[in-house]
Design a protein. Structure first.
Length: 185
């Protein structure tokens, strides 16, 4: 009897785990589908800075492709920014002569922390300060951190969603969508 009960509990546990994994996959698929081709609206009052210094770079918004990475105050700022990894991705994109901009838009409590992390990691990608949180208000971005990065086309429509900074397969997919031949998955 005890053995049968143990086996039953094990089967129920396995079933629960498999069901939750399938549910998660369906949620992700639904999220990706909902964001496909959606236009991202940018606020007018963004402040561009590199290492905390004002900079002007309106040409970035005119590129054929834009990789938008939204940074907010939830969680560990150093963990979510991944400046070093992003700098490597940008170097690769530049070496491939892609018509792509990397746009980091931040709504955070302490911008000085971002500036320090940017300097430590020698990341020269401009950060656009969104002090009023307008990007989130205008677009109702997903709350889950892994889905606050987008590959946008020239009309600011979502081509891909997901953070390729530390995901090599996703980065290859970003490159492929930007027309890089040989970016096999």
């Amino acid at each position: 009897m005890k053995k049968a009960l143990s086996i039953l509990l094990l089967l129920l546990s396995v079933t629960a785990i498999l069901t939750s994994c399938n549910r998660r996959k369906r949620e992700i698929a639904r999220l990706v589908k909902n964001w496909q081709h959606k236009e991202i609206l940018f606020p007018d009052n963004l402040e561009a800075k590199i290492f905390g210094r004002d900079t002007v770079c309106p040409e970035l918004f005119k590129k054929k492709y834009k990789i938008l990475n939204y940074i907010d105050t939830t969680g560990c700022t150093a963990c979510q920014t991944k400046f070093y990894e992003w700098q490597l991705r940008k170097r690769e994109a530049d070496s491939l002569r892609l018509d792509a901009a990397f746009l980091f838009i931040a709504t955070v409590e302490f911008y000085e922390e971002l500036e320090t992390l940017q300097q430590i990691n020698k990341c020269k990608i401009p950060i656009f300060y969104d002090r009023e949180g307008k990007l989130m208000q205008l677009n109702r971005l997903p709350i889950e951190r892994g889905f606050q990065t987008f590959l946008l086309d020239s009309a600011n429509r979502v081509v891909l969603i997901g953070n390729p900074a530390t995901n090599e397969k996703l980065w290859k997919l970003y490159l492929k969508r930007m027309g890089v031949h040989g970016a096999s998955l």
